[in-house]
Design a protein around this ligand. Structure first.
Ligand code: NAG
Ligand code: NAG
Ligand code: NAG
Ligand code: NAG
Ligand code: NAG
Ligand code: NAG
Ligand code: NAG
Ligand code: NAG
Ligand code: NAG
Ligand code: CU
Length: 520
């Protein structure tokens, strides 16, 4: 009897942490809104910008149903969702909303359910956004937080909840169709009207939209999760009179590093710990941005991109300090990405395959090339071609810029330094990678690299153990739309073995292809 009891409890202990299925519904709707005081029609999840927060616990399975109710003809009517940074390693499905790589977009008045098990102990700060053309610029972006009950850095903070998420993003008054047409005509990437901090911002000459307020209690330590949901702009985050200790970057816990200024590229995420250790008062959180020539858009004023850190007991008013752009000169202690170390070292294996990606713009045109090829989305998604038997690079059009890679190899991607001095934050879907060289250093670090964002001047490695066609693209979505993208197709035969599409997935392309152009 005793033996039986201990056997049972041993078996119970060996069970994985209790994991649950999380059904989530998002209505994709057009909504009138004025994030920075200028009223316009937007593409949203559930009518808000940013969209509703999605939270999960490590090991859960997200079951996200989107109902496409878009009806405003001035913007794209179809849609598709990408859960940025989440590994998609599902034996029986492939619910990854990369339009024309893994799937076709979801038609108006249709619904689709993405089933996404959170595998490999993945936890941290993520986000979701439309992955159809530049549609997320019209507003379809939101946070996805995967909490880790066993967070090894939990002792460093007291509060980590729905009020400690900061989403910074660029914002445009016009909708993306005319903006894209202007880009194609001139080769000039649209310059944003404003920056938003948790969905609110200001522009020159606009109304005094109240700044977002972050409430804190003196003596308490907060874990703030910062997500750069921008489509172009780089934001620099700082807090007057406070330091920030980085503990997570792009979904990986890091060794704590204290700085007072953080540059964030599009798609990048950092968790910081901030101790409310100053006198009770209001302090500025500065979030200035850069992205293009500001004289091309006189609405733009990066100084107005900010929020307020309000201590309990402080009056409900703006800080008395002037609005600065953050620490400068000798006071600046900025994050140097190359100095970040993961909490648990994960040495990068030796590379089996080298790929060099040269990123070059065609002068005066909205055209970007990777190794002389400007990516053009195929009509038949890459995954469909693979399932139908594509076996080599020759089975894809040159413009698909698809690299066919054998399974279970280590690929090294070298990005030569930028010739236009613009960072191109390259983002690999479905996989982590080892960033063995940062642009901020000449050092090659294979011992304990972080899983940062690849960009010009960096070298990264990834494993092809996760079969599938993975989009690998610049997260400045204007550049992405202009061809700055490739597909890393890992293990074609393995993909065919593992992917067993559902009827709903099979139905997406025929439904989309049958749509008239204005509903696509
Ligand atoms: C979005 O709105 C739908 C319809 O009102 C609701 O059922 C759903 O729970 C909302 N989703 C989230 C994540 O709040
Ligand atoms: C949007 O762009 C169109 C075409 O260039 C222009 O006519 C319109 O005035 C713009 N609207 C706004 C709000 O900027
Ligand atoms: C967000 O990403 C954009 C585009 O890469 C970048 O210009 C900007 O600095 C980033 N902002 C932050 C806060 O990381
Ligand atoms: C911020 O960190 C610096 C360097 O570690 C330290 O000298 C300074 O006192 C800290 N400031 C605050 C407000 O904690
Ligand atoms: C930007 O806004 C700040 C704060 O209101 C103001 O002082 C500054 O003059 C503005 N800059 C421009 C170029 O208008
Ligand atoms: C990849 O490139 C590096 C640096 O040029 C070189 O040392 C290495 O041998 C190459 N590896 C392969 C597998 O070609
Ligand atoms: C790109 O094209 C140019 C001119 O046709 C050629 O010299 C160069 O080798 C090509 N580069 C790559 C990476 O294919
Ligand atoms: C195939 O590539 C050529 C250029 O190499 C391009 O002109 C053509 O539009 C592409 N076709 C498709 C179906 O993508
Ligand atoms: C990359 O590093 C080089 C060399 O330090 C620097 O000149 C360049 O400005 C950096 N580029 C970006 C986009 O940060
Ligand atoms: Cu992406």
């Amino acid at each position: 009897m005793k033996l039986l009891v201990s056997t049972v409890s041993a078996a119970l202990l060996a069970l994985p942490v209790f994991s649950k299925t999380l059904p989530i519904t998002l209505d994709i709707v057009n909504a009138q809104g004025a994030p920075d005081g200028f009223s316009r029609s937007m593409v949203t999840a559930n009518g808000t910008y940013p969209g509703p927060l999605i939270t999960a616990t490590k090991g859960d399975t997200l079951v996200v149903t989107i109902n496409n109710k878009l009806d405003d003809d001035t913007m794209r009517r179809s849609t598709s969702l990408d859960f940025d940074g989440i590994f998609v390693n599902t034996p029986n499905s492939f619910d990854e909303g990369s339009s024309f790589v893994t799937t076709c977009p979801v038609a108006p008045d249709a619904s689709y359910t993405y089933t996404i098990p959170l595998v490999d102990g993945q936890a941290g700060t993520f986000w979701y956004h439309s992955q159809l053309s530049v549609q997320y610029v019209d507003g379809l972006r939101g946070a996805l937080i995967v909490y880790d009950p066993e967070d090894p850095l939990k002792h460093l903070y007291d509060v980590d909840d729905e009020n400690t998420i900061w989403q910074v993003g660029d914002w445009w008054h016009n909708t993306t169709l005319p903006l894209l047409a202007g880009y194609v005509a001139t080769g000039i990437v649209p310059v944003s009207d404003s920056g938003t901090f948790n969905g609110v911002g200001r522009y020159n000459g606009g109304p005094d939209v109240p700044f977002h307020v972050v409430n804190v209690v003196q003596g308490t330590r907060y874990r703030f999760r910062i997500i750069n949901t921008s489509a172009r702009n780089v934001f620099t985050i700082s807090i007057d009179s406070h330091n920030m200790t980085i503990i997570e970057t792009d979904g990986t816990p890091t060794q704590p590093m204290t700085v007072n200024s953080i540059d964030m590229l599009a798609g990048q995420r950092h968790s910081i710990v901030v101790e409310a250790n100053q006198p009770v008062a209001n302090y500025w959180i500065n979030a200035p941005y850069v992205g293009g020539d500001p004289t091309r858009n006189l609405n733009q004023n990066a100084t107005l991109s900010r929020a307020i850190l309000r201590y309990k007991g402080a009056p409900a008013e703006d800080p008395s300090a002037p609005m600065s752009l953050g620490p400068a000169g000798a006071a600046l202690n900025a994050l140097v990405e190359a100095n970040l170390r993961p909490l648990v070292a994960s040495p990068a294996p030796e590379a089996d395959i080298n790929i060099t990606l040269n990123l070059v713009v065609t002068a005066g045109k909205a055209q970007w090339n990777v190794n002389n090829v400007s990516y053009l989305a195929p009509e038949v998604p890459t995954l469909v071609k693979i399932l139908e038997g594509a076996n080599s690079a020759d089975d894809f059009n040159v413009t698909e810029n698809t690299f066919v890679l054998p399974a279970n190899k280590i690929v090294q991607v070298i990005f030569p330094p930028s010739i236009d001095d613009e960072a191109h934050p390259f983002h690999l879907h479905g996989n982590n990678f080892w960033l063995i060289k940062s642009n901020s250093s000449e050092e090659i670090n294979t011992q304990n690299p972080i899983a940062g964002v690849g960009s010009t001047g960096t070298i990264m490695r990834f494993s092809t153990a996760n079969p599938g066609p993975w989009f690998f693209h610049c997260h400045i979505f204007w550049h992405f739309q202009a061809g700055l993208a490739t597909v890393m197709a890992s293990g074609l035969e393995e993909t065919r073995k593992e992917v067993n599409p559902t009827k709903a997935w099979d139905a997406l392309c025929p439904a989309y292809d049958a749509l008239p152009a204005d509903l696509q």
